[in-house]
Design a protein. Structure first.
Length: 142
């Protein structure tokens, strides 16, 4: 008989906890739909609209590498950006940090102009390491 009452108590508690959890989740969903926060708001109104595009400043990059712009583009036909940097005695980590910092500066300026939101920045930075590594090691540019 005690086992029966214990079983009933467990079932009752489980249903009670489930009901409280479900109602709180439902309330939170309604509040988020009524007033979206900065993290979930949409920036672009048109689907497929380009909201961020990073274009490197080659003059600044060449200054960092210590070579002229013409020399950079001439070398770039045969060498990767990393190989050019290594010829200039710049380590891979220094080049990586330079390129990442430039992207974060661009993200910050777009964010301050309200062209992108925090959600976009988080998604962008998830792939940032691989994108910068690829850019550093790709051999040829057009």
């Amino acid at each position: 008989m005690k086992k029966f009452y214990l079983l009933i108590a467990i079932v009752f508690c489980t249903i009670f906890v489930w009901q409280i959890t479900y109602s709180q989740a439902s309330i939170a969903d309604k509040q988020q739909m009524e007033s979206p926060n900065e993290f979930t708001k949409e920036i672009g109104t048109n689907q497929g609209e380009l909201v961020f595009s990073y274009k490197p400043d080659f003059e600044d990059l060449c200054s960092f590498l210590g070579i002229s712009k013409d020399e950079y583009f001439k070398l770039r036909k045969s060498y990767s950006m990393l190989e050019i940097a290594q010829k200039q005695n710049i380590e891979e980590g220094e080049l990586f940090n330079y390129l990442v910092s430039k992207r974060f500066q661009a993200l910050n300026s777009h964010y301050n102009l309200k062209k992108i939101d925090l959600y976009f920045i988080m998604n962008y930075t998830l792939r940032l390491k691989e994108d910068v590594k690829w850019e550093m090691t790709v051999k040829k540019i057009n």
